[in-house]
Write a protein that binds this ligand. Sequence first.
Ligand code: G4P
Length: 527
Amino acid sequence: MDVIEEAARRRTFAIISHPDAGKTTLTEKFLLYGGALTAGAGSVKAREGRRSATSDWMELEQQRGISITSTVLQFPYRDCVVNLLDTPGHRDFSEDTYRVLAAADAAVMVLDAAKGIEPQTLKLFEVCRARGLPLLTFINKWDRPGRDALELLDEIEAQIGVTPGPVTWPVGIAGDFRGVVDRRSGDFVRFTRVARGATEAPEEIVEPARAADEEGQAWGQATEELALLEGVGADYDEELFLGGELSPTFFGSALTNFGVRLLLDAVIDLAPSPSAHEDESGKPVPLDRSFSGFVFKVQANMDRSHRDRIAYLRVCSGRFERGMVVTHEPTDKPFATKYAHSVFGQSRETVEEAWPGDVVGLVNATDVRVGDTLYEGEHVRYPTIPSFAPEHFAVARVRDTGRFKQFRRGIAQLDEEGVVQVLRDPDLGDQAPMLAAVGPMQFDVAIHRLEHEFGAPTELSTTGYTVARRTDQASAPTLRAMRGVDVLSRADGTMLAIFESRYWLDRLVDEQPDLTLEPLVAGELAG
Ligand code: G4P
């Protein structure tokens, strides 16, 4: 019974956005409202604190001023436990983000009111949509000049095919933000600014008649727009939300804390608590069976002084208790959980127990890889986390052959963590592996880590390959004989045919149907 109750209290979600839309600021404000940041710390300070506490572990990040790592933040709010999965914030397409989404039960999409949906992140939102992940939308930065609210809603609908269902509506155009109408009650919630957004923004509930008196023109415009919304029936609908078809939409300003509480309350009230996860065969695994979970992320060297490796596990069923011995599904070997941590940014605490929806950091889980299942009791295996088909390919060579051993070790580690995919030519062995990535930023991270972490300065030669397909032994010789095609193997044994030209690939598929050339990823994620 405990398991069911504890699971019902959990809300496990990720915030996704285009860089600069305000994800970091919103995360920080959630922590403020959750009491996990000391009030009065000052937003800028708190934000720097968070940045250095969570993800400044990599010089590359500092150089570029981006956040590449992702972390988990857990805090209590009302009678719930919030697990906020932080997704990497760089501009590039990153497989990491998709893995994090596999561990989330919902997502909050943050948009900049002046920019709307930006092309680079469109794919990320489409993925949420394709996977039916419940999506809440926060239109941020309403405190400064931006676009028209109705126009932004149209854009969401047109671009990602999810219907925005405004729960709140702004009073005052962007740049003159007074508050929001809570469409559920019809009340006007007036916000008051506090210096530097360092404490919660005071809210005053104002009756419509008084609001009309006091807010004049701004109120008039809001009521006109609200009437329009009534006309199109853009209302909240639980079933559509849970199916990922309708996104409850909120307006606010993370910087000034306007609308933050309403959004966080909505995460608690609307976002689903953990439910039975499906196993590999699609059968739901009951929440109250013995412990089980899967690893969605592996990260090495978060803590320089320790040189360790953390596997992040999302608990799917049962109670996790530190010290329990579980089974590592892929190897069928016992796995001791003595070194289990809850990871809040970079600071860690030993975790004694965890429940469905929680994330546990397993320290020095050497043989554990992304996608692996860990369980107690009866066997269970969760589906592998879908990956995107790589679109960038580059050959890696160690610059100093005396460092080859380090190079090989580093490449193996990056492959295991999924920083890049590593493809090998069976005849060439490990000398010059082909690195494959969804976004070129993955290469930068790989090169940086090979040099600084493994002591293996590496050079990369980019290639003209742009697309990969799964193939087999029978088709390999024919494909290898063609120009602009290569056949390589992944560590898991999968053979990949890589092509310079997508056009050529399409022609081959048409003209030589006997060749095995399958798309790499499940249809929903095909790149
Ligand atoms: P990200 O994590 O999505 O990349 O965005 P982040 O929170 O870092 O915010 C990007 C910039 O937008 C920051 O300004 C931040 O202060 C600002 N911002 C976030 N939310 C709001 C908002 O509601 N209103 C306004 N006006 N600005 C907002 P910066 O100048 O890059 O950084 P800083 O000097 O403020 O730290």
